[in-house]
Ligand binder design. Structure first.
Ligand code: GLC
Length: 539
């Protein structure tokens, strides 16, 4: 259990681990109601254990009206019945821990659901209710909204309450009012909610929208962001000094518990800002353990661009800090759909799988990424994401990357015996775990082999990153070095053969996306097939 207080000797397992992100509604449905649940995750725990991952991060499973599918929490201490019970969750902790799999929860500090009792109380009266100040309320300015702040999900961030004649702030949907992190009482109670799960044995948190929790309390207007339609610079609503102070307190709290991890979602506009994402690591030991930089999500397929992103990310990390590597999540398109138009998607998916699992930093695998699952086209009538419904057909929302896991070729991909909450991708009969398991060349086996390799070689999970080829000619190469052990990775991003000069190195093949003949060694040069990625050991 995590109850021991060990301030100085934390086990930083996550530095060498691989983290698997589960969107619980879509992973596995154990009771036939069409929604994935916690019992479903328990039933598939051996799948996760066989894949070799070290931890699961669950998108939220707390009590929620599910308007934003769990990111609108109405009780931070309860599990929503759609996912199961608290006992199911405890069982999951037990089963996962028994297999050395850690469990990371999502923690949403920026807002609650408008149906959270705190907000319901806050709404009641502006004069004599101590919870009024737990949220951000403001008077109308000249009969209008207090300022021009916009919600991330479209429209104004202010909602008028005709009862108390004030506006409340919602960075996301109006059903997600923003908490006021300047209120000391709220802060204290919220920290107790977090500690509740730590005491239960949870191994850490992914902190949702953590760079947005504090706003400028003078409420100045945000300037427009030229070039991006109807958008604005988030000067007053993100990355305020106060957020950093709260994160330091969070770190102190988490450090009271052994082996915990904290990961921050730092979403920026325009997206992908490694310096800013890394600033939330503080000096490397006083803020978050890891943060996400989303730069790779927004790069076209190009060896040079990928190389630059990676280099910038590493250059931003403070000395004792640690990078995360992420290619897909529940908010953005699946990685395989971003790999350029047209041909070679499957080949490219294999190349980036090698990248994800051989770079320095903790890899995050979004469920189904290990099967090369693709975005789905979902008809308007079946859309669930409120922003998809609102902006269709210009933007179809996030459902396309949240469709049910494709377990096998049977009805509904073996995900549910009922009607799935979102339709499966129509390719499930061809692309599913069962088929890929039977095919040694599948993406699934690539993930599995590389995760194993990462466990076997210290240089791959803990070694330094030494760039060798910078992508200018379509190839990226680097070594991972730990003491005397050196492993070198070559990635051919192009559809052409590439000859690489090895100088005096002798390299033994450990892994290849193409033909693999064990004990093959390369001296002087190596010839890469189109879209081939190889992992070699320097001998
Ligand atoms: C984060 C989540 C997203 C959610 C939003 C509001 O960005 O990843 O899914 O809608 O926060 O909580």
């Amino acid at each position: 259990m995590n109850l021991n207080i060990t301030m100085n000797h934390k086990n930083e397992w996550w530095r060498n681990g691989v983290i698997y992100h589960i969107y619980p509604l879509s992973f596995y449905d154990s009771n036939g109601d069409g929604f994935g649940d916690i019992q479903g995750i328990i039933q598939k725990i051996d799948y996760l254990s066989n894949l070799g991952i070290d931890a699961i991060w669950l998108s939220p499973v707390y009590a929620s009206p599910l308007i934003d599918f769990g990111y609108d929490v109405s009780n931070f201490r309860e599990i929503d019945p759609v996912f199961g019970t608290l006992d199911d969750f405890k069982k999951l902790l037990q089963e996962a821990h028994a297999r050395n799999i850690r469990v990371i929860m999502d923690m949403i500090m920026n807002h609650t659901s408008s149906l959270h009792p705190w907000f319901m109380e806050s709404e009641l009266s502006m004069y004599n209710n101590p919870k009024r100040n737990w949220y951000i309320w403001a008077n109308p300015r000249n009969g209008h909204r207090p300022n021009n702040w916009k919600s991330v999900l479209g429209g104004s961030a202010w909602e008028y309450d005709s009862f108390t004649r004030q506006y409340y702030l919602h960075t996301f949907l109006k059903e997600q009012p923003d908490l006021n992190w300047r209120n000391a009482e709220m802060q204290k109670i919220f920290f107790e909610e977090i500690e509740y799960w730590l005491k239960l044995g949870v191994d850490g948190f992914r902190f949702d929208a953590i760079n947005m929790i504090v706003k400028d309390d003078k409420f100045p207007n945000n300037p427009p962001l030229l070039g991006l339609f109807n958008s604005q610079k988030k000067w007053a609503t993100r990355n305020q000094p106060g957020s950093f102070d709260i994160i330091k307190l969070l770190r102190n709290l988490l450090d009271k518990y052994e082996s915990t991890v904290s990961i921050g979602e730092i979403y920026t506009l325009p997206p992908g800002n490694p310096q800013l994402a890394a600033s939330y690591l503080g000096n490397g030991s006083d803020m978050l353990n890891m943060t996400f930089d989303f730069s790779l999500f927004f790069r076209w397929w190009s060896a040079r661009r990928y190389f630059k992103c990676i280099e910038n990310w590493y250059n931003s990390i403070p000395e004792n800090g640690w990078p995360s590597i992420v290619l897909s999540n529940h908010d953005l398109s699946r990685s395989i759909n971003r790999l350029g138009i047209g041909f070679h998607k499957k080949e490219k998916a294999k190349v980036i799988a090698v990248l994800l699992l051989t770079l320095k930093g903790t890899p995050f695998i979004y469920y189904g990424e290990e099967l090369g699952m693709m975005n789905s086209e979902i008809p308007k009538i079946k859309l669930k994401d409120p922003i998809g419904k609102k902006f269709w057909p210009f933007y179809c929302g996030r459902d396309h990357a949240r469709t049910p896991m494709q377990w096998n070729s049977q009805a509904n991909g073996g995900f549910t015996t009922g009607v799935p909450w979102l339709p499966l991708n129509h390719d499930y009969t061809e692309n599913n775990f069962e088929k890929q398991d039977a095919d040694e060349k599948s993406i699934y086996h690539i993930y599995k082999s590389l995760i194993n390799l990462r466990k076997e070689y210290k240089s791959l999970n803990a070694g330094e990153w030494k760039p060798l080829i910078d992508g200018r000619r379509g190839v990226v190469a680097y070594s991972r070095v730990y003491e005397a052990e050196r492993i070198t990775v070559f990635l051919n991003f192009t559809s052409r053969y590439k000859n690489i000069n090895l100088n005096n190195d002798v390299l033994k093949l450990l892994f290849s996306t193409h033909i693999f003949i064990p004990e093959t060694t390369f001296v002087r040069s190596i010839k890469l097939f189109p879209f081939q990625a190889v992992v070699l050991k320097n001998i």
